[in-house]
Design a protein around this ligand. Structure first.
Ligand SMILES: NC(=O)c1ccc[n+]([C@@H]2O[C@H](COP(=O)([O-])OP(=O)(O)OC[C@H]3O[C@@H](n4cnc5c(N)ncnc54)[C@H](OP(=O)(O)O)[C@@H]3O)[C@@H](O)[C@H]2O)c1
Length: 236
């Protein structure tokens, strides 16, 4: 199965690897670019003309999301899959260290509200085709399993994302949409500003684990599940 996809936060890390993995599988990808100064996505697009199309996209900004949806609509009459991947960290501050309120607001805006903005704007483009909505969440959002101290901004934003996906599932499942809620593992990506070599998975390895879950059909699409890179289900 191949088609037309949108990937948010495609500049580097997991989003770039997901974009490359989709192209390898024959997909055409609109790749959301947040960091025009970062060269990797441009290089990928140059290697795959027509298959990777770069679209400026800041998921925290309604005008940017609306403009991206307009651009995609002008270039393609279908959109089969959205991978809501863009995400940011919000620092690891604990209660007694002085919390970074601005960073927490930013994380909520990008990680929780961003995917809702994207789905709202792009939904009219998805009436035909696969109608699949994928969301890169995190084990950090699981209330049942969380044992972190601090990290309010990141953890709470992912919990809120999980709730947003639950509500979308309630609303859109009957209209034929299918959902993928996912924890990608500990990825050697750039959430801390530099590539985190202490993590266990290269972005390409993480994408290779994620894409089968994002692309293949499940037996029970009516049940929303949070699945990790090893296929384990998490309470969320
Ligand atoms: N890395 C992990 O171990 C891990 C674990 C669990 C879940 N995740 C999730 O995996 C997803 C991908 O993260 P990653 O690990 O690949 O991190 P990453 O390397 O930082 O990639 C995320 C990309 O999204 C971009 N971005 C930031 N704000 C954005 C915005 N407002 N609009 C659009 N794009 C934006 C980032 O740009 P900047 O670099 O400028 O911020 C970056 O290019 C995130 O949702 C993250 O929460 C990651």
């Amino acid at each position: 199965m191949s088609g037309v996809a949108l990937v948010t936060g495609a500049d580097r890390g997991l989003g770039l690897a997901l974009t490359a993995g989709l192209v390898e599988r024959g997909w055409r990808v609109f790749a959301g670019q947040y960091m025009p100064e970062w060269p990797e996505l441009g290089a990928l697009a140059a290697r795959h003309p027509g298959a990777v199309e770069i679209v400026p996209l800041d998921v925290s900004c309604a005008a940017s999301v609306t403009a991206a949806a307009r651009t995609v609509g002008e270039r393609s009459d279908r959109l089969d899959l959205i991978i809501n991947n863009a995400g940011i960290n919000a620092g690891r501050t604990e209660l007694r260290e002085g919390l970074d309120w601005e960073a927490m607001h930013r994380a909520y805006n990008v990680n929780a509200l961003g995917p809702i903005r994207v789905v709202e704007a792009f939904l009219p483009r998805m009436a035909q085709g696969m109608r699949r909505l994928a969301f890169v969440s995190s084990e950090a959002g699981s209330i049942a399993m969380n044992n972190r101290q601090g990290s309010f901004g990141y953890c709470m934003s992912k919990t809120a994302l999980n709730m947003a996906v639950r509500i979308m599932h309630n609303e859109l499942r009957r209209a034929g949409y299918t959902f993928r809620l996912y924890h990608p593992g500990w990825v050697r990506s750039y959430m801390s500003g530099q590539k985190n070599m202490r993590a266990t998975l290269e972005p390409e390895e993480a994408a290779a684990c994620a894409l089968p879950f994002f692309l293949e059909d499940r037996d029970d699409e009516d049940r929303l599940v949070l699945i990790d890179y090893e296929g384990r289900e998490w309470p969320f």
